[in-house]
Design a binder for this molecule. Structure first.
Ligand code: GAL
Length: 427
């Protein structure tokens, strides 16, 4: 069994905690001590790997929804190498890494110009991408990068169009473990060439996203492939066929309750498209960015976990209040998100602003979220018959970290304004 979500570092995925070449002619006591320390830290990682359990180990890429951090929501296009290093350090220091937040993803804003031979260089805020990757890997984390199938990214930086192979090779050489590939300027090409014909648009999109998948595959490096086509052309129905491990199901998220819930509650019906190594992506987390109350943050975290969504913290994790950290780092909630069966949840019941969503978990447990989208406190009923449950169930409230009295039939739960009660039911 592996740690709650911690992935085993290996030479294959580029995380080399232990040098392969340990002794050579320059061997000294200092080198020996350094190597010993590295070996001990690798052992510590291994111990962690075997001590915390929630998800069984899997060699499969994105076997459970990817977790980590992404620079966009907080730093935008001005992100820098030092922001990313600080985020990596903070993931370790806060314990988020050990809870499974292992991807450190640099979004739009790292790209510079191409060399004469077509190689894409980082801009002046990223002096050495390989050294950044080494820094991230040395902390038991993985590095993500961003590009676009169009000529330009959404922020107007260099895209990968016509340079897919060389870019994929560059990313692999740097040690990149995750690529977000964002449609951006390719939308204009679709408008120009698809002549408003949805079939042509879908074929074109399929082709460009598959091209990068093949280029990544040709590098031989396992790289999680995140397709960001904003839900266009019903991407959920075909994105796994272009090798995507996750794909966006809608437009950009913003740091407010309306945006989070408009996106989150629009995910109904998509559960059948998700599963291990291929996930619906309702976009990144906004917890800790200042625009959500604690109840609203718990709403995003609960809904995303019921949706088996990728969990990419979008805040400045190096300056986080304790409440945001507690929301991001609730392991009982993370266990729902990372449930190894990978069955995405769906809407069970709705009445005006009240919503109940449920997700079937490994071993017969059921996670249930009661969401109150209203402005006042409400007593919400949960009728177990909606879940086909006729006998007594045991109930765990995962935000309160408390077992509630078992019940049968129907029971009401008090739900805060814009809040949620998230339960795990055991038969
Ligand atoms: C958008 C994307 C955002 C972010 C941004 C960068 O298209 O949805 O998540 O990546 O581009 O410019």
């Amino acid at each position: 069994m592996k740690s709650l979500l911690f992935q085993l570092p290996s030479a294959q995925n580029g995380i080399e905690m232990v040098p392969t070449k340990t002794f050579d002619v320059t061997f000294t006591a200092v080198a020996f001590t350094a190597n010993l320390l590295k070996t001990l830290s690798a052992l510590a990682v291994l111990l962690l790997f075997f001590s915390l359990t929630c998800v069984p180990a899997s060699a499969q890429l994105a076997a459970t929804p990817p977790m980590g951090w992404n620079s966009w929501n907080h730093f935008g296009a001005n992100v820098s190498d030092s922001d990313v290093r600080a985020a990596a350090d903070a993931l370790v220091a806060t314990g988020l890494r050990d809870s499974g937040y292992i991807y450190v993803n640099v979004d739009d804003g790292w790209q510079g110009k191409r060399t004469e031979s077509g190689e894409l260089m980082p801009n002046e805020r990223f002096p050495d991408m390989k050294s950044l990757a080494d820094y991230v890997h040395a902390r038991g984390l993985k590095l993500g990068l961003y590009s676009s199938p169009g000529p330009l990214s959404c922020a107007g930086n260099e895209g990968s169009m016509g340079h897919e192979d060389i870019d994929a090779r560059t990313f692999a050489q740097w040690g990149v473990d995750y690529l977000k590939y964002d449609i951006c300027s390719y939308r204009k090409i679709l408008e120009r060439d698809a002549h408003r014909n949805p079939e042509i648009a879908q074929r074109m999109m399929f082709a460009v996203f598959e091209r990068m998948h093949l280029a990544l595959q040709a590098t031989g490096r396992p790289i999680v492939y995140s397709v960001s086509q904003h839900g266009l052309s019903l991407g959920w129905a075909w994105a796994s066929q272009v090798g995507a491990n996750l794909w966006r199901t809608g437009d950009d998220i913003h740091d407010n309750y309306i945006s989070v819930t408009e996106i989150g509650f629009a995910q109904g019906g998509l559960s059948k498209f998700a599963g291990p190594s291929h996930w619906n992506d309702p976009d990144m987390l906004e917890i800790g960015n200042g625009g959500l109350t604690s109840d609203e943050g718990r709403t995003q975290m609960s809904l995303w976990s019921l949706l088996a969504a990728p969990l990419l913290a979008g805040n400045d994790v190096s300056k986080m209040d304790s409440d945001s950290l507690a929301i991001l780092n609730n392991r009982e909630v993370l266990c729902i998100d990372q449930d190894p069966a990978g069955h995405q949840g769906d809407r069970l019941w709705t009445e005006g602003p009240l919503e109940i969503w449920a997700r079937y978990l490994t071993g017969g447990a059921i996670a249930v979220g009661l969401f109150n989208r209203n402005q006042g406190y409400i007593d919400m009923p949960l009728d177990l018959r909606l879940l086909g449950l006729t006998s007594v169930v045991k109930v765990r409230d995962v935000w309160k970290h408390k077992d509630l009295p078992p019940f049968q039939g129907s029971k009401t739960f008090l739900v805060a304004p814009h809040g949620v009660v998230l339960l795990v039911l055991h038969r």
